[in-house]
Each structure stands twice: as structure tokens, then as C-alpha cells.
Design a binder for this molecule. Structure first.
Ligand code: SAM
Ligand code: SF4
Length: 409
């Protein structure tokens, strides 16, 4: 989500004539787009902010901006802590920055629309209404707000005209898209519309909340050829007590039934999930239930995080963060170890198979891209393949990626 926001802000600054630089000392404007979903992310932002103090002293005209989820409604604390920051902007509330940047721009407006990446991100719904007990997102990004469907379709058409071949539709709860629109169009309707966009090869979307994954959406994924058979479906934990304390709104049984329904209709589907270990009062037995669920479901990929208390959330107010750090780390490592063997096994089944890859770029002398199911594939550099769908014969596999060669048959 932050990547998509940064891309949007970068494009807006580009339209005002600004150019991107990788060198902080050369910049006239530095924007830090912060994430505070876990304490470690917040600490990285704080370190970066502190490291900019000396630069601001040397170059007082430098405009330093902090945006993203670190900025909430009351900015007095932030202003006192970081007096060298010129602007504090809530997520996506960039108007004051664009105003200041316009006033200070040396070259004036640029009329050349930038070329997007082959695979590009498109926000379709902001915010979150769910208030999971551990999560700070609803407090910082506000309530759910969907973009009108015709606006999203126009943006995707424009991205395709500028070179994109794949879009990833984003939302904290992408599958609750549309419930707040007057038309009540939903994600399945949007996928149907986008499937008609000429030149677009693939459509992805994340992240889905299990409680909102409708039968209509599953049918749409199965039916529309450009919609990738890859579903992100965060489960968070494998015990009903933990899911209840997390306020997730489903049970393990409901989640398992949902996965069965998806797999019966989309047999090739790849599933990914998010896990939190060490949530308050999580016992060893409850943690083992998470491992059991992972073993049974066999996700293609998972993101695992140790619980991090976030001030102001329901869990921080009501529950004691009582699983010791070393124990959280041990659980995290166990999940990672189990998942490594599951992913190795799933990926090894592709050995010798021919897969279709959308080529996104070049790295270390090899082309890379993804399959419909989201597997990262590398193959040797030959003809110009950028943006093309190419058949690749898989010759080596690992838990994280696949290696192969162009299949010219
Ligand atoms: N909306 C999605 C969902 O329902 O799961 C995910 C968005 S959330 C911002 C991304 C992931 O961060 C979550 O799935 C969760 O695993 C993790 N996360 C959020 N708050 C956390 C916390 N306080 N401690 C550890 N992990 C957290
Ligand atoms: Fe956070 Fe839960 Fe909303 Fe996901 S659904 S963003 S975890 S509150």
C-alpha cells in the first residue's frame, strides 16, 4: 500500500517538474512514507528521520516531509520530537506538499506522462473497518472508502497505454471493495470490467479478508482468464481462542471450509497467508494449532510476524503482551522452518513443467517474471522479453523461486 502511495506521490511531483534522485544530498524534497504496523518498522522511520537532521542543517531550503501511518490526527508530539521536519501529512493527504512543491519548482510543469512498470499497483479501496484487536491500520488510515469503478477502469486503461501489462489491485481489505459505493458494484464486477481491457495481460488483487470472500468472487476468479489464480487470505492463527481475541470474525473451521470451496472451484490456485505468533496469552498448544493448520492447508507463501504491541489498539489497551520476546522468536523460526519445507515441496512439483511467465525485468543477467500463481521465475537473458508472456521450462526449484529456460517448442 505504501509502495503504491509513494508511486502516486512521485508521479504527482513528477508532473510538477521534479525528478527522482537516489542521492539524498541532491534532493530539494525528501518524503518519508512511514509504516507503523509493527514497532520495528516505526523504529526504522525514526532512525531515518534522525539521520536527516544534519542534512537539514547543511541545506536549510531542503523540504522534509513525513507522511504515512506514523502521522495521526494530533501532530504536536511529532512536531516536538522532529523539529527539522517541515510537513506532517496523514496518509494520502498530500495537498499541502503539492502546493509547497509547486511554489518551489524550478522547471515548471512536465507534460510527459511517465512510463509505468510492467507490473504496477493500483489502490482501489482505502482504510479498514475491521478493527482487529492488534492492528493500528484503521486508526491511521480511517474507514473504508472505495474508488468509483469507472475511475479505476480509466486508470488501468491509462497504465496499459503507458506500458503496464499487469495490475495489482490493492486494499487492506480488497474484497470488501464497493460496499460503500452508490452502485454497490463489488470486486467481482470490477474484475469482470478489467478483464475486458485490451493489452492488459493479468490482474492480481490483495489482501483479502476471509469473512468477505464471497462465492461470487470465487466464481469470478475461476471464470475470467486475466485474473490470476493466486489468493492472499490472511488467517493469522490456527486456534479459535486466538482468532476470537484477535477479533478476526471467523473460526478455524470456517476458514478451512472456505479454502476447500476455493480449491474445489480453482484447483490450480496458489494461496498465501499472514500469521502472527506470540499474540497475548498464546499458549504452546495454541501455537501448535497454527503449525497444524499450516501443515494441513499447505500455503504457497506466508508472511509471519511476531506480535508487536501497538499503542491505542484494542489489544494494547486490554491485553498484556506476555509472551517473552525469545519465545516469539522461537515460534517465528518454527513457522519459517515448516513453511520452507512446504514451499520447497510445492515448488518441486513444477520441475520439468512448462509455465507461462510475464516478464517484468532483468536482474544479474537474467530475465525474471511471475507465473499466474505468483511464482517468481528466472531464466537466461536472450532475446528482448520485457513485457511478454513467455513459455518457460522449469529446470530447478527452491522454496522461494524457480529457474528455467525459454521453451521454444
Ligand atoms: N488486512 C489484511 C488482513 O486482514 O490480514 C492485512 C493487512 S495488515 C496491515 C498486514 C499484516 O500485518 C497482517 O496480516 C498481520 O499479520 C500483520 N500485523 C498487523 N498488526 C500487527 C501487529 N500488531 N503485530 C504483528 N503483526 C501485525
Ligand atoms: Fe488490520 Fe484487521 Fe484491517 Fe487487516 S483487516 S488492516 S489486520 S484491522
Amino acid at each position: 500500500m505504501n509502495k503504491a502511495d509513494s508511486k502516486g506521490l512521485g508521479e504527482s511531483l513528477g508532473k510538477l517538474g521534479y525528478e527522482q534522485t537516489e542521492v539524498a544530498e541532491e534532493a530539494d524534497v525528501i518524503v518519508l512514507n512511514s509504516c507503523v504496523v509493527r514497532q520495528s518498522a516505526e523504529e526504522r522511520v525514526i532512525n531515518k528521520l534522525n539521520s536527516l537532521k544534519s542534512l537539514k542543517r547543511k541545506r536549510p531550503h531542503l523540504l522534509i516531509v513525513l507522511t504515512g501511518c506514523m502521522v495521526d490526527g494530533n501532530q504536536d508530539g511529532l512536531k516536538a520530537r522532529f523539529p527539522h521536519v517541515d510537513l506532517f501529512l496523514r496518509p494520502q493527504a498530500w495537498a499541502p506538499l503539492l502546493g509547497s512543491a509547486k511554489a518551489g519548482v524550478p522547471g515548471g510543469q512536465s507534460s510527459i506522462p511517465p512510463a509505468p512498470a510492467i507490473s504496477t499497483l493500483v489502490n482501489i479501496i482505502q482504510g479498514c473497518d475491521n478493527f482487529c484487536s492488534y492492528c493500528i491500520v484503521p486508526y491511521r488510515r480511517g474507514r473504508e472508502q472505495s474508488r468509483p469503478m469507472d475511475e479505476v477502469v480509466c486508470e488501468v486503461q491509462s497504465l496499459v497505454q503507458r506500458g503496464a501489462r499487469e495490475v495489482t489491485l490493492l486494499g487492506q481489505n480488497v474484497n470488501s471493495y464497493g460496499h460503500d459505493l452508490p452502485t454497490k458494484a463489488d470486486l467481482a464486477d470490477l474484475l469482470q470490467e478489467l478483464n475486458q481491457v485490451d493489452g492488459l495481460a493479468r490482474i492480481r488483487f490483495l489482501t483479502n479478508h476471509p469473512k468477505d470472500l464471497s462465492p461470487k468472487l470465487i466464481r469470478a476468479i475461476a471464470r475470467w482468464d486475466k485474473v490470476c489464480e493466486h489468493i492472499s487470505l490472511p488467517v493469522q492463527a490456527g486456534s479459535d481462542e486466538m482468532l476470537n481475541a484477535m477479533r478476526r470474525g471467523y473460526t478455524v473451521e470456517l476458514y478451512r471450509a472456505l479454502v476447500d470451496r476455493i480449491r474445489s472451484q480453482i484447483p490450480e490456485v496458489a494461496l498465501s497467508t499472514d500469521i502472527i505468533v506470540g499474540f497475548p496469552a498464546e499458549t504452546e498448544g495454541q501455537f501448535q494449532q497454527t503449525l497444524e493448520l499450516l501443515g494441513d492447508i499447505q500455503f504457497d507463501t506466508i508472511h509471519v510476524a511476531a506480535y508487536s504491541e501497538r499503542p491505542g489498539t484494542i489489544a494494547a489497551r486490554l491485553l498484556k503482551d506476555d509472551v517473552p520476546l525469545h519465545e516469539k522468536r522461537r515460534r517465528l523460526k518454527e513457522v519459517e522452518k515448516l513453511q520452507r519445507s512446504i514451499a520447497a515441496e510445492i515448488n518441486s512439483r513444477l520441475l520439468g513443467h512448462n509455465v507461462e511467465v510475464l516478464v517484468e525485468g532483468e536482474k544479474k543477467g537474467k530475465w525474471y517474471g511471475r507465473t499466474m500463481t505468483g511464482k517468481l521465475v528466472f531464466f537466461p537473458n536472450g532475446a528482448d522479453c520485457l513485457g511478454r508472456l513467455v513459455p518457460i521450462q522449469i529446470e530447478r526449484t527452491s522454496p522461494w523461486s524457480l529457474q528455467g529456460s525459454l521453451d521454444n517448442q
